[in-house]
Design a protein around this ligand. Sequence first.
Ligand SMILES: O=P(O)(O)O[C@H]1[C@H](O)[C@@H](O)[C@H](OP(=O)(O)O)[C@@H](OP(=O)(O)O)[C@H]1O
Ligand SMILES: [Mg+2]
Ligand SMILES: [Mg+2]
Length: 380
Amino acid sequence: MANLLRLLLSVAEKAANVARVCRQEAPLFELLVQEKTGADKNKKFVQDFKTLADVVIQEMIRHDVCAQFPELNGFIYGEESNKFENGHGESVTVTVCAKQEDTTALLAKVLDGDGTAASLLAEAIHQKLQLKDELAEKLKLPLKPEDLAIWIDPIDGTSQYIQGKDREVSDNEFCPSGLPCALVLIGVYMRDTGEPVMGVINQPFTRKDSTGKRWQGRYFWGVSYQEINLCSFTPCQRPDGKTPDSLSVVLSSSEKQEVKDALLPLCDGQLTYASGAGYKVLCVIQGLVDMYVLSEGSTYKWDSCAPHAILRALGGGICDLSQCLSAVRNGNKDLRAELTYNNPHAGCQGAEQWANQGGLVAYLDSSVLSRVVEALADKI
Ligand SMILES: O=P(O)(O)O[C@H]1[C@H](O)[C@@H](O)[C@H](OP(=O)(O)O)[C@@H](OP(=O)(O)O)[C@H]1O
Ligand SMILES: [Mg+2]
Ligand SMILES: [Mg+2]
């Protein structure tokens, strides 16, 4: 099943190319950033182009993965719905066709006949790309495609992607907002248990090339299954191997004041904020912060599955915050209420079925998890 990882790395890179093309090619960029004003207000294609970029990426990943692994057909889920209505009120289902010209024609229909934009997108979707990753090439995995399912967040941090604030990051640099916070997330989980086993994160906008005009990205992957725990990079280690007294915690800027108040004493009065749910988990993965805490159910399975698998490969995880708080309040020391990915919430509709309703805590070190949850259980 290492073939699946290799394929996901390639499709995530293609997804990053589509994301970059939408910002780099003028006909697409204009659609992406166009404001809904005046006469254009009712033109659906303008309003929906942001979503179209997301949908196109999701459908491309689904198409490429199913072509190689037909067993995954019907088991690849994503944030977006592929049904669109264009400016003439026609309903169009966005799919990737076998031939590039057919995809162009389909996209032109969604884009109200804008052939230039449609062919630029179709070209990026049908690009043949094979990414070579030395470690992934050597990997052997005892997983079967018929046991697996996939969550895709085609672009996490869409608001940062659209706003497009240029900001480059070096290898171990924290970035509170801007294009580097927009990520492609592909997470693989076990159909029967919902356990995340493989994650690919592609950051399409990391730094500019030597011309200063084109963006270059980078990627991270991790696999955690039975005794195999492997990732694409060397985890960051503290020089003395000890957890410091003062912790660093990253939060959403919309986090509740009482949560911030409860965490401040653990963090020496200093909290950190960043955009994008996936990017905040990536900060934990990279060891840039000790933990990501979110008290609201505002993330979804597609946000957390990929980075969760990578954290598990590093010995960490993502727990349901409300379950951890209940465990502490009931005197239970075992906090490991890890998120799972296979069960929708009963009685909920649409995206809410897949919300991480109890909030979450992403961690690398379980002793840090206990300290943070105990502090929160006392105060919120
Ligand atoms: O961009 P999409 O794929 O829709 O995913 C969003 C997540 O679902 C939200 O939870 C994130 O908001 P917070 O970072 O405030 O939790 C949100 O982060 P943002 O509000 O900083 O952009 C996104 O990560
Ligand atoms: Mg998201
Ligand atoms: Mg998204």
